[in-house]
Design a binder for this molecule. Structure first.
Ligand SMILES: NC(=O)c1ccc[n+]([C@@H]2O[C@H](COP(=O)([O-])OP(=O)(O)OC[C@H]3O[C@@H](n4cnc5c(N)ncnc54)[C@H](O)[C@@H]3O)[C@@H](O)[C@H]2O)c1
Length: 380
């Protein structure tokens, strides 16, 4: 069993998810590589306590990421910090020779992402991927298999989205994800957008152009200290794209929705592919269900399949049992470590987002901003 010693920079929501996934690595009986957290970094001392209490392997605790990157014991880093810091921290990690799992959007804007990608190119010895757990849900894995088997025929339409609803509450206090300075001009696209891009991009379905409609519905929020402050990030974005299949060169409509104010949608990821020979619908609202319609003439009948625990990386959980968010995080980390150790994926849809896929998402989101401002269709 190979052990990859990790430094964790950013010990918030996602940092804890990674640590917890590593702590139950025994769930993955066929993995021949495992993570071990040996160093952690966060500016906020309060965030470190949970790690100190739960992980005896941590030898270094610091509030300065440069100290962590100078630690020769650290082979790889997971960086989960606000977007305005991605460029500086990711580039420093790559230059320090640490393998990197970075969080989306991988740079606060397209310019920052280009600097990160240029740094990656100069350091081919460093393995770099971006986090997105959505495709590891069994229903999505099954759709990925169907795409690889070319079961859809001619693609008619693809719809992919990520919807949240908590910002419908005007009294929800502002946080860094609602401030342009920290989250970026993309607003909800920067925060949510990489997720609904992952499946279509991995399928080779890339938008050629986009007409985007963005909305900032709630323009001020409480700051938690008794004041109202401006909230200038985009709450909702609907992207109408003309996509092209890189294999067949055929075009079809692709919609990508990222919304923070989608009534009743607590954390809904959906993906729908309509084709001449097969169609599928998946949503995390009923995450055990995959709806499939295969068509070869005759009656058109949608079937509902209970997916259970059909995972890319074998798990000890019984095949009939339901799959959840933290299972997707575990599978995603298995994919990162497997690809780091073996230099290849077990299958196409069992991989984290590549820097090339991330770069395309930045081209899409930058074009979406331009499209909205000019009320025009923008080529990508
Ligand atoms: N993959 C997913 O499903 C998913 C979900 C949520 C967030 N994210 C992404 O993860 C990243 C982090 O989001 P989060 O929700 O974990 O945020 P968070 O606010 O919960 O955690 C961020 C942490 O970074 C720390 N930090 C800030 N500045 C720092 C600095 N200079 N040095 C060291 N630490 C510093 C903060 O103290 C905080 O603990 C973002 O890029 C976000 O888009 C991904």
């Amino acid at each position: 069993m190979r052990t990859v010693r990790f430094g964790l920079i950013g010990c918030g929501l996602m940092g804890r998810e990674f640590a917890s996934a590593g702590a139950r690595w025994c769930h993955l009986p066929e993995m021949d590589v495992r993570p071990e957290i040996v160093a952690i970094c966060d500016k906020n001392e309060k965030m470190l306590c949970w790690f100190r209490n739960n992980f005896s392997t941590i030898g270094q605790v610091t509030d300065d990421y440069r100290e962590l990157l100078a630690n020769s014991e650290v082979e790889a880093v997971y960086i989960a910090i606000p977007h305005h810091l991605h460029e500086e921290f990711y580039c420093a990690a790559i230059r320090a020779g640490k393998h990197l799992m970075g969080e989306k959007p991988f740079g606060i804007d397209k310019a920052a992402n280009e600097v990160i990608n240029a740094t990656i190119k100069k350091h081919p010895e460093v393995f770099v991927r971006c986090s997105s757990e959505f495709p590891f849900i069994p229903g999505l894995q099954r759709i990925g298999d169907m795409i690889e088997q070319k079961r859809f025929g001619t693609i008619l339409e693809v719809n992919s989205g990520f919807l949240h609803c908590s910002d419908l509450d005007p009294n929800k206090p502002i946080n860094w994800k609602r401030l342009v300075e920290y989250n970026g001009a993309y607003g909800c696209m920067g925060d949510l957008g990489m997720h609904p891009c992952h499946m279509p991009f991995r399928a080779g379905w890339y938008p050629k152009n986009v007409r985007a409609i963005l909305s900032n519905v709630i323009t001020e929020r409480p700051d938690g200290k008794g004041n109202m402050v401006p909230c200038e990030t985009w709450d909702n974005a609907t992207l109408f794209c003309e996509a092209q299949d890189r294999d067949t060169q055929k075009s079809f409509p692709l919609t990508i929705k990222t919304q923070r104010i989608a009534p009743g949608e607590k954390d809904t990821w959906y993906f729908e592919v309509l084709g001449t020979q097969a169609s599928v619908r998946f949503s995390t609202k009923n995450s055990n269900h995959l709806e499939v319609m295969e068509y070869s003439g005759g009656e058109q009948v949608w079937q509902k399949i209970d997916m259970g625990h059909e995972t890319a990386f074998k798990s000890i959980t019984g095949g009939i049992f339901e799959f959840g968010f933290s299972d997707a995080i575990l599978q995603m980390w298995a994919a990162f470590l497997y690809e780091l150790a073996h230099g290849a994926l077990p299958k196409k849809f069992a991989g984290c987002i590549t820097p090339e896929e991330v770069a395309y998402s930045h081209r899409l989101f930058a074009a979406a901003l331009e499209s909205h401002y000019n009320a025009s269709t923008v080529a990508i």
